[in-house]
Design a protein around this ligand. Structure first.
Ligand SMILES: Cc1ncc(COP(=O)(O)O)c(C=O)c1O
Length: 343
């Protein structure tokens, strides 16, 4: 789609083609530099490892416009590091973090006319995608890979203002098991969550809260976001134990809560039953897409717990403001999280 045909003020989270993508290949044991090419399809062998055995990983990031028109990224080094960790788990070749950030900047600049204006609250979503393209028959890593980065303009997560969502705690499905790939951003982790998401949406919930696969007791995370609760006035989030994606927003929220709001923060097991106790006063999720999304209620079977009359809680709202103000440089970036893209 041409940028002049896009209404930046009514964007959702749908796929929209932009002009340019980045592509690099790994062959004969080494990475090529990669280049910008027009967005479009490429050929892939039906024997490709990614198509047969799911050897593929991705990242999700956003480029934002600041009030004075600068283009900024949020902690891109963290995405580079996490993608390399995902690569290591899937026996894919590592890459240089600086090369990754340079490529991300190049794609964003090449598509800069697609970055929604500051006033729209939207962003240019960035999707780095890394796949095993070499053909393989036995289950083993590919010998050839493609690294692609494409972008999509997206609207704000809360087009009608900051609103709470209703979630369902499910014991029917799990997302990740100990020793598995839950802490990586492999494409395989996501296919299995589509059916649970569809079923819960049909019941009127926005998403599922996944519990740990061993005990079906402790909260892991929420669809594509990390989970937080305010219990006895303290911020708690499930500790990372290999089954949870180590969210970059999660890491930032922990820092904001302790250093800016001076709250005690705990990474620990959280039983879903704790959400039904009076000591738990707020809950929210965090993620690149979700930013900070207040949780208005959680339901387990016939029991429903409503937080704060279904309105965003005070601590949740403060964290949302702080995070989004730093991300758009409305306030000083005192943690050095923002990377400017200069042409
Ligand atoms: C499963 C899962 N958990 C959590 C997150 C949040 O991570 P981040 O804050 O890095 O976007 C995401 C989104 O990337 C995700 O897919």
């Amino acid at each position: 789609m041409k940028e002049q045909d896009i209404d930046f003020y009514s964007l959702g989270f749908e796929f929209i083609e932009t002009k340019t993508m980045f592509i690099a290949e790994y062959k004969n044991g080494k990475w090529e530099d990669g280049k910008l090419v027009p967005f479009g399809p490429f050929e892939i062998s039906p024997g490709a490892c990614v198509l047969n055995y799911g050897q593929g990983i991705f990242e999700g990031m956003k480029a934002l416009k600041t009030k004075d028109g600068k283009i900024v990224l949020f902690r891109p080094e963290e995405n580079a590091k996490r993608m390399n960790k995902s690569a290591e788990r899937l026996l894919m070749p590592s890459f240089d973090n600086t090369w990754f950030i340079k490529a991300v900047k190049e794609v964003v600049l090449a598509n800069q006319e697609y970055i929604p204006p500051y006033e729209s609250g939207g962003a240019l979503y960035i999707r780095p995608l890394y796949i095993g393209t070499g053909p393989i028959l036995g289950v083993a890593p590919a010998t050839e890979y493609k690294f692609i980065i494409f972008t999509v303009p997206v609207g704000p997560y809360f087009p009608e203002g900051f609103k709470a969502i209703d979630l369902e705690i499910s014991k029917k499905y799990t997302r990740a098991a100990p020793g598995g790939t839950g802490s990586t951003k492999t494409i395989c982790n996501y296919a299995g969550t589509m059916k649970p998401a569809k079923e819960t949406k049909e019941k009127g919930y926005a998403q599922i809260i996944y519990l740990d696969a061993s005990n079906m007791e402790y909260i892991d995370e929420v669809g594509t976001a990390n989970f937080f609760a305010v219990i006895d006035g303290k911020i708690v989030t499930p500790k990372l134990k290999g089954t949870i994606l180590p969210g970059i927003t999660r890491k930032s929220v922990l820092e904001l809560a302790s250093k800016k709001l001076h709250l005690e923060v705990f990474e620990r097991d959280i039983s879903y039953k704790e959400l039904f106790e009076n000591s738990c006063t707020e809950a929210f999720c965090s993620g690149t897409a979700a930013v900070i999304t207040p949780i208005g209620s959680v339901t387990f079977e016939i029991n429903k717990r409503i937080f704060n009359n279904g309105e965003p809680g005070e601590i949740t709202s403060k964290l949302y403001e702080l995070l989004t103000e730093i991300q758009r440089l409305d306030i000083n970036d005192e943690f050095d999280w923002i990377v400017k893209i200069e042409s």
